[in-house]
Design a protein around this ligand. Structure first.
Ligand code: HEC
Length: 113
């Protein structure tokens, strides 16, 4: 059998990692996430559309992305005065749940006329 190229091996490893990441160990509970997200709404808005100019919209973002950012704030890989603190108030389960909640909000985009 011919050995696979390093690139092919990397692709397989990445695919497996992504599959694992999209099926988190903690089940996502958007309803519990909604309750937890009360603490986020002052900046990120009641509906996930931010009320502060420096806070990004969270509504409709993929939960994979939201989980990655919250974990990055928790680990210190991503730093922000407020968010580094906010993220540390969340358990791994809370992170999965708030991500599921914001991801479940439907957003529409309209191009300017
Ligand atoms: C006091 C205001 C404030 C509160 C409260 C707050 N955030 Fe944030 N959040 C911000 C700001 C400002 C940023 C942008 C930070 C940066 O530049 O890294 C941000 C960024 C984020 C991001 C990264 C988004 C992206 O597009 O990269 C996530 C995810 C997030 N917040 C989730 C939450 C969650 C979940 C809560 C509640 C537990 C919360 N935030 C509470 C102000 C806030």
């Amino acid at each position: 059998m011919r050995a696979k190229s390093p690139a092919a091996t990397l692709a397989v490893v990445l695919a497996a990692a992504l599959a694992a990441a999209s099926a988190p160990a903690t089940a996502q509970d958007a309803k519990a996430g909604r309750a937890k997200a009360q603490a986020c709404m002052v900046c990120h808005g009641q509906n996930g559309i931010s009320t502060q100019p420096d806070a990004p919209n969270l509504a409709g973002q993929p939960s994979y992305y939201l989980v990655a950012q919250l974990k990055a704030y928790q680990s210190g890989e991503r730093r922000h005065e407020v968010m580094s603190m906010m993220a540390k108030t969340l358990s791994a389960e809370d992170v999965a749940n708030v991500a599921a909640w914001f991801a479940s909000i439907k957003v529409e985009a309209h191009l300017p006329k």
